[in-house]
Ligand binder design. Structure first.
Ligand code: GMT
Length: 373
């Protein structure tokens, strides 16, 4: 099949998932055309059957706000026509679903029916999309998609709760390539972070308010009082500056290391002993799943779709949002007993295998086939 994928090219989970999906489909022999404004971060290097089309938005003095959506819809029309695209799969509703609707209408006038799949990822529904600035357009473009998918049952429920739509939503969980993440730790890297064999705790996110990164630091400081440990903070975003400032003024600040944005999570995660994701909401929590695939136990909140990916007390723990005391206690429970830690590691891997790429990607493939037929 010839499949066009539209996504955000950045480090966010929706872009990561869309890129990994495209790579997996290309390996199975499909031709994948990424349409976005920058090369997706997880698309470095050459991949057979993958083509990347950059959306250009020419500037003009009149444009205080360059019309990306118009440029994107025009690119979609161009790529569909010139690469015999069979299906257009857009990830994250805003503004991709609306641009896809526009492209679909233009192509229909030209006599071509292009099926559109919209995959909802989370904040496009729960934070940004439901705001009245966007909701009429998001509601309409979801209804007009040929197939609507969500990455968890929770996100499906949130969509029905927040939007007046009647369309069926199919749940296809996010996935991880377990083989790629389940690697031996790089000894030199581990040694440079934890020279005295301290425990390594990791958090990765876009440092937005919803991620509650300050809770990560608070949990770490409580753990650090009891166990020699280091905290690796991966990613960047609006809250980073204030948190970095806080850690510079706290006595254990030297044990907290900011790594910034990182592409090779499969090289970093295996050195971790514990992964923290104390978010206020996660539709799914792909970052936690990648950690589990690297055999790292996780502590997450019982928010959104997280309970769908973690069995409490086996591969990690779920705590109430903001309950840093409980999170620290659970972290110590895992980290202070080698046998418990080892059991949680094995369970984390087993849990991740339930979301392995090999079982989830065929679900998308069968959607495409259904649509084309
Ligand atoms: O987490 C973010 O803020 C980024 C966001 C995105 O759209 O890129 O992530 C969302 O999609 C991911 C992939 O489906 C999910 O794993 C994340 O849980 C979800 N984030 C939220 O719901 C806050």
């Amino acid at each position: 099949m010839n499949i066009a994928i539209v996504c955000y090219p950045t480090f966010g989970g929706s872009g990561v998932l869309a890129t990994e999906l495209g790579k997996a489909l290309a390996e199975k022999g499909h031709n994948i055309h990424f349409i976005t404004y920058q090369q997706p971060v997880r698309l470095s290097g050459f991949h057979a059957n993958i083509f990347y089309h950059e959306v250009r938005v020419p500037t003009y003095p009149l444009f205080d706000f360059p019309p990306y959506e118009t440029a994107l819809a025009s690119s979609m029309v161009d790529i569909v026509n010139n690469h015999q695209i069979d299906v257009l799969h857009v990830h994250y509703a805003i503004p991709h679903a609306a641009a896809a609707y526009m492209a679909k209408q233009i192509l229909a006038k030209q006599g071509k029916n292009i099926p559109v799949i919209t995959t909802l990822h989370g904040t496009d529904i729960t934070l940004v999309g439901k705001d009245k600035t966007y909701s009429p357009v998001v509601t309409f473009s979801m209804e007009e998609s040929d197939i609507l998918t969500a990455v968890s049952n929770n996100l499906k429920e949130e969509t029905y709760k927040n939007f007046n739509i009647h369309k069926p939503i199919e749940v296809i969980y996010n996935f991880v390539d377990v083989k790629r993440f389940n690697k031996k730790p790089i000894a030199a890297f581990k040694q440079s972070i934890a020279p005295k064999n301290e425990k390594i705790i990791v958090h990765a996110s876009n440092f937005r308010k919803v991620k509650r990164v300050k809770d990560v630091v608070d949990v770490f400081l409580r753990v650090n009082e009891n166990i020699p440990s280091k905290l690796l903070l991966i990613g960047d975003g609006p809250d980073r500056a204030s948190i970095e400032d806080f850690t510079r003024h706290c006595p254990k600040g030297n044990d907290i290391i900011f790594l910034g944005k990182q592409e090779q999570m499969e090289d970093i995660l295996p050195i971790a002993d514990l992964f923290l994701l104390p978010s206020e909401y996660e539709s799914f929590g792909l970052a936690a799943l990648e950690a589990m695939a690297a055999e790292v136990p996780v502590i997450v909140t019982n928010a959104g779709g997280l309970p769908e990916i973690l069995t409490n007390g086996q591969a990690g723990y779920m705590c109430n949002v903001g309950d840093v005391k409980d999170m620290a206690e659970k972290a110590l429970k895992i980290l202070s007993d080698e046998i418990v830690h080892e059991t949680f590691r094995k369970n984390a891997l087993a849990q991740a295998k339930e979301f392995d790429i090999d079982s989830i990607v065929p679900q998308y493939e069968s959607l495409y086939k259904r649509l084309i037929q």
